[in-house]
Design a protein around this ligand. Structure first.
Ligand code: ATP
Ligand code: MG
Length: 394
C-alpha cells in the first residue's frame, strides 16, 4: 500500500481508538484506484470538529462550521471533515447550511461524481455505494444522484467535470452530459477565482484538448470570464497540448488558438496574478519572432525563448494535423479517384462526336476529368453525354 496511506493510517487509528469511525475519502481514493500519484489525503469521520481537536495535539481549525479541521502529523496535514449533509446552495457558492450526520453513505452522497464518492477504511476496504469503480472502468464521469439538481446546486461542478476529462481522459456519461449542456449558463454565477482555479487544473491535465473541445460543444466556453472562441475550427482539439510544460505556456496556447485581440484584457478578466500575466505576455512576444537573433535570445532569456519555441512546435503540429484533416475533407469531396471511374470511354466519345480518332480525345478527356473533380460536372451518363456533345476544341 502507498506510503502516504500508511502514514495517514495513524490518524484513522487514533480517531477509531477514541470510539469514532474514520475513512479515507475523495480524491485520494479515486487516484489510488486509478494508479495515479496521490496528492493529499482527506479523511471523513463521525467525530465532530471539537472531538478531533481534543484527540490530536496539533490541529488547525480551517472550517469548523463546515466540519473541517486540519490534523498535523509528522509534518503532514490531513483534512479531517465530519460526516455531513448539505443544505441548498443559496448563493451558488457554499451550502447555506450543513448538518453533521452519523452515516458515511450520507456523507458520500453529497459529493459530486461517483468516483469522488468512494471511501476506504484503515484496512483499505473500499466503500463504493454509487459504483464509482464501475464508472472508472467505463472511463466515464457521472454525477451522484440527479445530474440537473447536482449542477444547479453547485455550478462549479460543471467546471470540475471538464477538469476531470483533462486529468483522467474520461468522457461524460450521457445524462450527465445533457445536464451540463442544459445548465452551462450557470457558470456565470460562480466567482472568477473559482472558475480560474478549476480551469488552471484543466490546463495542467494531459488531455486539455478533449476537455476544451467538450467545453466548446457543451456551450460552456461562452460563459467563461472571457469567452474562448476558436480562431480556426477544430484547433483546440488538434493542438499538441502535451508538448507544453508550464501553465503559462498553456495560457499562451489559449491566446494563440482563440480570437483574442487584447491579450492583457483577456488575462485580466481571468484575474490571473500579475507575475503569471507578465510571463504569459512575454512568451507571446517571443512567440511572434520568426527568425531568432542573438539579441532576441539575450532580450527574452533562454527559458522564455524555449517556452515560445515549444509553443510554436505544438502549433505547427496542429497546423500539420489540420492540413491533413483538410486534405481528407477535400478528398471526400472528389467524386472519382481515377479516370476509370468515369462512366463513358473513348469509344462512347467517338460515337457521340462522330469524328475520327485523334489527339482531341485526350484533350477532351483531360478537361472532362478536371470538371468532374472540381464538382462542376455531375457524374451521370446523361450529363456527360451532353457535355461531350457541347465540347469543342479550343
Ligand atoms: P484534487 O485532485 O484537485 O484534490 P479533489 O476531487 O480531491 O481533486 P478537492 O477540492 O480536494 O478535489 O475535494 C475533495 C473531495 O470533496 C472531492 O473528491 C469530492 O468528493 C468533494 N468535492 C469537492 N468539491 C465538490 C463540489 N463542488 N461538490 C461536491 N463535492 C465536492
Ligand atoms: Mg483533493
Amino acid at each position: 500500500m502507498n506510503e502516504l496511506f500508511k502514514e495517514a493510517s495513524y490518524v484513522l487509528n487514533r480517531i477509531e481508538e477514541n470510539g469514532y469511525r474514520a475513512y479515507f475519502v475523495g480524491g485520494c481514493v479515486r487516484d489510488h484506484w486509478m494508479d495515479k500519484p496521490i496528492k493529499d489525503i482527506d479523511i471523513a469521520s463521525s467525530a465532530k470538529p471539537e472531538e478531533i481537536q481534543r484527540i490530536f495535539p496539533k490541529t488547525i481549525p480551517v472550517g469548523i462550521e463546515h466540519g473541517t479541521v486540519i490534523v498535523r502529523h509528522n509534518h503532514v496535514s490531513y483534512e479531517v471533515t465530519t460526516f455531513r449533509k448539505e443544505g441548498k446552495y443559496e448563493d451558488f457558492r457554499r451550502p447555506s447550511k450543513v448538518w453533521f450526520v452519523t452515516d458515511l453513505e450520507e456523507d458520500l452522497s453529497r459529493r459530486d461524481f461517483t468516483f469522488n464518492a468512494m471511501a476506504m477504511d484503515k484496512s483499505y476496504k473500499l466503500y463504493d455505494p454509487f459504483n464509482g469503480r464501475e464508472d472508472l472502468a467505463k472511463k466515464q464521469i457521472r454525477t451522484v444522484g440527479q445530474p440537473d439538481e447536482r449542477f444547479c446546486e453547485d455550478p462549479l461542478r460543471l467546471m470540475r467535470a471538464c477538469r476531470f476529462i483533462s486529468t483522467y481522459h474520461l468522457t461524460i456519461e450521457e445524462k450527465t452530459k445533457k445536464a451540463i449542456e442544459n445548465n452551462a449558463s450557470l457558470i456565470k454565477r460562480i466567482s472568477v477565482e473559482r472558475i480560474t482555479d478549476e480551469f488552471r487544473k484543466l490546463l495542467e491535465g494531459e488531455w486539455a484538448g478533449p476537455a476544451l473541445n467538450f467545453m466548446k460543444t457543451a456551450g460552456i466556453v461562452k460563459y467563461l470570464p472571457y469567452p474562448i472562441e476558436e480562431k480556426r475550427e477544430g484547433n483546440l482539439l488538434a493542438f499538441n497540448w502535451n508538448f507544453l510544460q508550464t501553465a503559462e505556456q498553456k495560457w499562451s496556447a489559449i491566446l494563440i488558438l482563440s480570437k483574442v485581440k487584447d491579450y492583457r484584457e483577456f488575462l485580466k478578466k481571468w484575474k490571473l496574478p500579475n507575475a503569471v500575466m507578465n510571463q504569459i505576455l512575454k512568451i507571446m512576444d517571443a512567440y511572434q519572432i520568426k527568425h531568432w537573433t542573438k539579441m532576441d535570445v539575450y532580450r527574452f532569456g533562454l527559458d522564455t525563448a524555449t517556452l515560445a519555441m515549444e509553443l510554436k512546435y505544438a502549433d505547427q503540429c496542429d497546423s500539420f494535423e489540420q492540413s491533413v484533416q483538410r486534405l481528407k475533407e477535400l478528398a471526400l469531396d472528389i467524386p472519382i479517384t481515377s479516370r476509370n471511374e468515369i462512366p463513358i470511354d473513348g469509344e462512347d466519345i467517338l460515337r457521340i462526336k462522330k469524328e475520327k480518332p485523334g489527339v482531341w480525345i485526350g484533350l477532351l478527356y483531360d478537361e472532362m476529368e478536371k470538371e468532374i473533380v472540381e464538382g462542376k460536372l455531375p457524374l451521370s451518363q446523361g450529363e456527360l453525354v451532353d457535355w461531350v456533345r457541347r465540347w469543342e476544341q479550343k
